[in-house]
Design a protein around this ligand. Structure first.
Ligand code: PLP
Length: 450
């Protein structure tokens, strides 16, 4: 064996970092994690109140998932999908198709959410080509929205700071406003608002020319860009009807909402919806492995396969280790009845967050489903006037919470209205006492902001 050059692996935590990420400022080094808690290298214990970025759905360090991964690792970690089939991938695809609406039984794996979204867009395009509808290229999405950071996913993302640097390089896709009905000050009913927002899709399709429109992509419950935005109930079926009227494919980006996060396996189930293509990621690998998936209607996939195959793929797609972990994660969700827990604990946490509005007049809105919950800070609740950007509330509150050893997730919204929202999304294993702990730490942090 060769001697390793000593300086190659020489490293100290205090050395200047070679890494760079979006947010400045260094964070503590993570040491270990278990359940809803994360310990740093100084031994401080943090409550993971956002499951990372809404990822660690079944909590950290789950022994059965780790065992399943270890078993798979002992067999093989990789078999290239063009050379070998593998059983974990087949099994996971089978489970996902059983958990999806009728007819969606074709699965394509990826390693993350952006990759899954790219796959959805490319499948939609190849389907149109297979049908001879070559003009269909427009993928309508919403503003604000977040669908990922690779170029294809970015084209359908509506989030200024992420789009702007690349605007000359990415063909930005057409957008309609996200259904932020909570900002509307008119007297119309929720139902009417939902329909009004959905009808903007019809308007956009007509404007673009239906023959040019390929798909509409939406997050059924908003994530980072809108802060757990839930549309009025009437929105969902109306969107489905409009897509059907024009032969436009409906893509649900369930990267954040899927795999139980909102209390059902797919958020689509809350509204009895059956999209044509679904993107999953985050909770599927649940922090154990990078994993994403696209689930699509068989009658969309078949013509593409017959027409020369799906011109798309990732080296790590469907690798046995990731798929074995994904299978174990879903098994755990069922064995521990975590979707029911999510619905129950989510309702409790939401009501406790609602109660905060009495104490803190600057909380303008509390929203979400299951354990995908958020609150928004405002200067004036009556008018929903946002806090000025330079108040920096979105950064400050996260720091205060950090000092209380609570992790929450903040974003400043974009798209006409710029506000500060905070996602409170603990793992689906959270209990009543975790809710108490979150609320105590959050209240202290909000007190400092007041
Ligand atoms: N789609 C949605 C709805 C997301 O929330 C995210 C990530 O936050 C993505 C796509 C992109 O996923 P990834 O960061 O794994 O590429």
């Amino acid at each position: 064996m060769n001697a390793i050059p000593a300086e190659l692996f020489d490293w100290s935590q205090n050395a200047p970092s070679h890494l760079f990420y979006q947010t400045g400022g260094r964070r503590p080094f993570i040491e270990r994690a278990e359940g809803v808690y994360i310990w740093d290298a100084q031994g401080r214990r943090f409550l993971d109140g956002s499951s990372g970025a809404m990822v660690s759905n079944i909590g950290h360090g789950n022994k059965r998932v780790l065992d399943a991964m270890r078993d798979q690792m002992n067999a093989t970690t990789f078999g290239y999908r063009l050379h070998f089939e593998n059983e974990p991938a087949e099994r996971l695809a089978s489970v996902l198709s059983k958990l999806s609406p009728q007819g969606l039984d074709r699965v394509f794996f990826a390693s993350g959410g952006s990759e899954a979204v790219e796959s959805c867009i490319k499948l939609a395009r190849q389907y149109a080509l297979a049908k001879g509808e070559t003009k269909r290229t427009e993928v309508i999405s919403r503003f604000p929205s977040y669908h990922g950071s690779t170029f294809g996913a970015l084209a359908v993302t509506g989030y200024g700071p992420l789009n702007d640097p690349f605007a000359p390089m990415v063909r930005e896709m057409p957008k309609i406003p996200a259904p932020r009905a909570y900002l509307d000050r008119d007297n119309s009913s929720d139902e009417a608002r939902g329909l009004r927002y959905a009808d903007m899709l019809r308007g956009k399709i007509e404007e673009l020319g239906p023959e040019n429109v390929l798909a509409f992509i939406m997050e059924p419950v908003g994530g980072a860009s809108t802060g757990a935005l839930v549309a009025p109930d009437s929105y969902y079926q109306r969107v489905r009807d409009i897509c059907d009227d024009y032969g436009v494919l409906l893509i649900y980006d369930e990267v954040m909402t899927g795999v139980g996060r909102t209390g059902t396996f797919l958020a689509a189930e809350h509204w009895g919806q059956s999209p044509d293509i679904i993107a999953l990621s985050k909770g599927l690998g649940a922090g154990y492995v990078p994993l994403g998936a696209m689930i699509a209607r068989r009658d969309i996939v078949d013509p593409v396969v017959a027409n020369g195959g799906f011109m798309h793929g990732y080296t790590y797609a469907g690798n046995p280790l990731a798929c074995a972990a994904g299978l174990a994660v879903i098994r755990e969700i069922y064995e521990q009845d975590l979707m029911a827990n999510t619905a129950r604990i989510g309702a409790l946490l939401k009501s406790r967050l609602d109660n905060l509005t009495a104490r803190f007049p600057f909380i303008g809105d509390v929203r979400g489903k299951g354990l995908l919950l958020a609150f928004e800070l405002v200067a004036n609740r009556e008018t929903m006037t946002p806090l000025p950007k330079d108040a920096n509330a979105f950064a400050k509150l996260v720091e205060y919470a950090y000092e209380e050893q609570l992790i929450i997730y903040s974003r400043r919204t974009h798209g006409g209205y710029e506000g500060d929202h905070f996602l409170v999304c603990p793992p689906m294993i959270a209990t009543e006492s975790h809710v108490d702990e979150i609320m105590e730490k959050l209240t202290k942090s909000l007190d400092r902001l007041a």
